[in-house]
Design a protein around this ligand. Structure first.
Ligand code: 3PG
Length: 306
C-alpha cells in the first residue's frame, strides 16, 4: 500500500524517520509531500495514495475525489475540523485522529504564552507571576488535563468547565468543576481555551464572556481561531484596557488587533502548539501505526467518522 504524508507544516525530520520505519517495516511504501504550496500538488499526490497522514491540511470533497484509491486518512493530532467527515464517509474513507499524542506540547505552550503576557511580553517592565492565581480551563480534554497538571507546578488554583467530563474526573485531578460558563470567565484571571471548532462553538467566545474576566485578565487560545468572535474580542480589548489576549492561532484580524492593542496581544505566525520534535514523533508514529493496523486487521480504534 502507498502511504502519503501530506503536511503543509512539516514534521521534524526525526519524526519522518520514525514514520518511515513503521510504514516500510510493515512492507508499505512511503511518499512525502511536505511544505507544499499549492492545492494542485496535494491533488496530484493523493491520486495514487491508499492512506494519508495529515496535520491541519484540508481534506474535502475535492481531495477525496482526486484520491481514487484512498481508504484511510489519519490526522496526526487531535482536532479534525480540517477534514470533511461526511464527504469522507460518502467516499468510503475511514478517518482517525491520534488523541493525546501532542497534548503536552500544546499545554506547555499555554504557560509559555501566559508567562509572556504577565511579564509584559518581556519588554523590560515589571510584571507579575502565575503562582497563586486562578486558572479556568475551558474544556477538560487531553490538553486541558495537561494544562491542569502543569498549573499545579505553578501553584495556581485550577478550575474547569466541561459538560462532557464528570465532576469526579476533575476532582481526581485536583481541579474544581465549574458548571456555569459565566462563572468560568468571571472567577478566573486566566482562562485557557481548549474547545474544538464545531458549528456549536464557532464564535462562541466574544464580548460578553471576555469582559467578565477579572482585572488584569488574560485569555489564552491554543485551540482554534474560529471559536473566537473577533469583533467581540476587539470591542472587549478596547473597553477593558487591562485585558490581554494571547493566541497560538492567529486571528483573521491579527494585523488590526496588533496595530490597535500592541503588546496586549500576542500571536504566533503559524500554529505552533504541536510543533515540537516530541509531539511530531508521538503523533506521526501513532498515525503510521494506526495505518499499519488498519491494513493488517481492519481495526480503527480512533475512528471519528461513521
Ligand atoms: C491539533 O489539533 O492536534 C493541534 O491543533 C495541532 O495541529 P497541527 O498538527 O496543525 O500543528
Amino acid at each position: 500500500m502507498k502511504v502519503l504524508v501530506a503536511t503543509e507544516k512539516p514534521f521534524a525530520p526525526v519524526a519522518i524517520e520514525g514514520i518511515r520505519e513503521v510504514i516500510e517495516g510493515a512492507g508499505h511504501e512511503l511518499q512525502l509531500l511536505e511544505k507544499y504550496s499549492s492545492r494542485s500538488q496535494l491533488l496530484d499526490a493523493v491520486a495514487t495514495a491508499d492512506a494519508l497522514i495529515i496535520r491541519s491540511d484540508k481534506v474535502d470533497d475535492e481531495v477525496l475525489d482526486a484520491a481514487k484509491q484512498l481508504k484511510i486518512v489519519v490526522r496526526a493530532g487531535a482536532g479534525y475540523d480540517n477534514v470533511d467527515l461526511t464527504a469522507a464517509s460518502a467516499h468510503g474513507v475511514c478517518v482517525e485522529n491520534t488523541p493525546g499524542q501532542n497534548s503536552n506540547a500544546v499545554a506547555e505552550l499555554v504557560f509559555g504564552m501566559a508567562v509572556m503576557a504577565v511579564r509584559n511580553m518581556l519588554d523590560g517592565t515589571s510584571g507579575s507571576e502565575l503562582r497563586g492565581k486562578r486558572l479556568g480551563i475551558h474544556a477538560f480534554g487531553q490538553v486541558g488535563r495537561n494544562v491542569a497538571r502543569i498549573a499545579k507546578g505553578f501553584e495556581m488554583q485550577v478550575s474547569a468547565l466541561d459538560p462532557y467530563c464528570p465532576d469526579q474526573a476533575m476532582a481526581d485531578a485536583g481541579v474544581a468543576p465549574i458548571h456555569d460558563i459565566k462563572e468560568l470567565y468571571s472567577q478566573n484571571k486566566f482562562v485557557s481555551l481548549h474547545i474544538p471548532a464545531t458549528p456549536e462553538t464557532r464564535a462562541s467566545v466574544g464580548y460578553d464572556l471576555i469582559t467578565l474576566l477579572p482585572k488584569g485578565g488574560v485569555l489564552i487560545n491554543t485551540a482554534r481561531k474560529e471559536v473566537i468572535d473577533e469583533e467581540g474580542l476587539a470591542k472587549a480589548l478596547r473597553e477593558r484596557t487591562d485585558i490581554k489576549y494571547v493566541a497560538d492561532v492567529k486571528p483573521d484580524c491579527a494585523d488590526a488587533l496588533k496595530a490597535e492593542f500592541g503588546s496586549r496581544v500576542l500571536f504566533t505566525p503559524k500554529k505552533m502548539g504541536a510543533q515540537t520534535a516530541e509531539a511530531n514523533i508521538n503523533a506521526g508514529i501513532a498515525a503510521a501505526r494506526q495505518i499499519v493496523e488498519f491494513f493488517a486487521t481492519g481495526a480503527a480504534p480512533f475512528r471519528v467518522n461513521k
